[in-house]
Ligand binder design. Structure first.
Ligand code: EPU
Length: 440
């Protein structure tokens, strides 16, 4: 069923919001359960379409997976995995599926995983993944749209990444935890999700040190020495950052709960530069408030601990209404400004010049019909709608449901006028225009 989100803008967000478990950690922990070959329980797993996709992928491999949405708990038993092929249907809808490559190769010395290809935000190559797996002793070839990796034996190695790729760091970690000897991975990604994956693997008996720094050391262990475990996923720093951007953009004041504030240091520094205030209430909560004028700022996206690429679009939605000129430089993806054209439909003055968005603040956005082109662009358009004068409609909301749990409910609880509408696919306009009740 097609859905869209309708927003009547103009309300300042207030109250509190609780952040869900991190999508980009939970998906990797689920894939890493392949290494164990026994039962693991994962808590704080958000109810997202991507989590269902990973659940189904693991089932096709032969794992038993139970997802209890109410408890936000996934139980995986990977003992009976008898298939090492991840079909294109999964990888094409969710790139995070590609991470099963390292886990299958690590445990079974064999994997066949569909090649993800590019996506709407960029080319997203996998050359570092392949070089890393080859350095561990795997033969890797690409055939019929699949990456086929095989190894008689995996042996620890020294691997240097040309750039700190999150996915390559994860695939190499997963392929090397059961290898013979030690792997030293240099220029590794330092994201909190990498630390979470290392902590999860160590809790089952693997031997990884240095996660969260640029050098990770993985000492191979025997699979039979691993143990079942229960583990809780870290909070979603990108979801938290999206609500922070929305609170600032609407000039509101609200508390954000279930976060690790230190994961958001680059983001909260920018908020302060923009004229916002951040108060740490306790180790897992902050209050975000705004008073006075909203300043334009420059933002440069970088690997962690720099400003995250995943949050540049939500922040652009705040900056389009800030005083002066802001420049946002995107350094991770080639094509992550696709929402700018939609923002212009809402009255924003924003131009793209190569990898920079040049933003001249305007007084007021106006509500419009817009289309979400990807997950974070969709969130950005919702934020713009919350600030705009009048009613906005954000279409193709399935992108947003991949990564934001209960987004409409959470914004409603913060006082927004927002609702989700199911469309009759055979006659979209009629259903909307004939809606019985008033929209708000
Ligand atoms: N890259 C290469 N070669 C490689 C691997 C990466 O050139 O072998 C390039 C990519 O093309 C990209 C850059 O390096 O331009 C960064 O890619 P990286 O591998 O770090 O990203 P990823 O693992 O594909 C994860 C998140 C993304 C997030 C990035 C960066 C998941 C499932 N995805 O992607 O999240 O933007 O790290 O932090 O963890 C999102 O949640 O909306 C999202 C896109």
């Amino acid at each position: 069923m097609h859905q869209k989100i309708i927003i009547e803008g103009g309300r300042k967000l207030k109250g509190e919001v609780t952040v869900s478990g991190a999508k980009n950690a939970a998906l990797k922990l689920m894939a890493a359960s392949i290494i164990l070959g026994d039962t693991c329980e994962l808590y704080n797993v958000p109810e997202l379409t991507d989590v269902y996709t990973m659940t189904n992928l693991l089932r096709t491999l032969g794992a038993e997976v139970d997802y209890n949405e109410e408890e936000q708990k996934v139980t995986i038993n990977a003992a009976e995995i008898d298939n090492v092929e991840a079909h294109y249907d999964f990888v094409s809808t969710m790139r995070a599926s590609f991470i099963v490559l390292g886990a299958l190769l690590g445990r079974f010395h064999e994997a066949k995983v569909a090649l993800p290809g590019g996506c709407s935000i960029g080319e997203r190559r996998i050359d570092f993944h392949i070089k890393g797996l080859e350095a561990l002793g795997a033969q890797v070839k690409i055939e019929g749209g699949y990456v086929i990796a095989k190894a008689k034996k995996l042996t620890g190695s020294k691997i240097y990444l040309d750039r700190p790729s999150v996915g390559a760091t994860e695939n190499i970690m997963l392929a090397s935890v059961l290898a013979e000897g030690s792997t030293i991975l240099s220029n590794a990604a330092q994201e909190p999700e990498i630390i979470d994956l290392a902590n999860f693997l160590n809790a089952m008996g693997c031997d990884i040190s240095g996660a969260g720094t640029s050098e990770i050391i993985i000492n191979g262990v025997r699979q039979r020495d691993l143990n079942p475990l229960s583990y809780t996923t870290i909070p979603d720093r990108v979801e938290a950052g999206t609500y922070i951007a929305a609170i600032i953009a609407t000039r509101g004041k609200a508390v954000i709960r279930n976060i690790f504030p230190n994961h958001l240091s680059a983001v909260t520094s920018k908020v302060i530069e923009m004229g916002g205030k951040i108060t740490v209430l306790d180790p897992f909560s902050i209050e975000v408030s705004f008073c006075g004028k909203l300043n334009g700022v420059n933002i440069v996206t970088q690997p962690y601990p720099g400003f995250p690429t995943d949050l540049q679009s939500p922040f652009i939605s705040a900056l389009v209404q800030a005083e002066g000129v802001s420049i946002v430089t995107e350094n991770i993806y080639e094509n992550r400004f696709r929402q700018l054209g939609e923002l212009r439909r809402m009255g924003a003055d924003v131009q793209q010049e190569s990898n920079k968005a040049i933003i001249k603040g305007v007084r007021q956005l106006t509500g419009a019909q817009v289309i979400a082109t990807d997950l974070r662009a969709g969130a950005a358009l919702i934020i713009a709608g919350l600030c705009a004068d009048g009613v906005s409609e954000v279409k193709d909301i399935y992108h947003v449901d991949r990564g934001y749990e209960k987004i409409v409910e959470k914004f409603s609880n913060l006082g927004a006028n927002i609702k989700r509408i199911e469309l009759d696919e055979t006659n979209l306009d009629v259903k909307i225009n004939n809606i019985d009740e008033p929209l708000f």
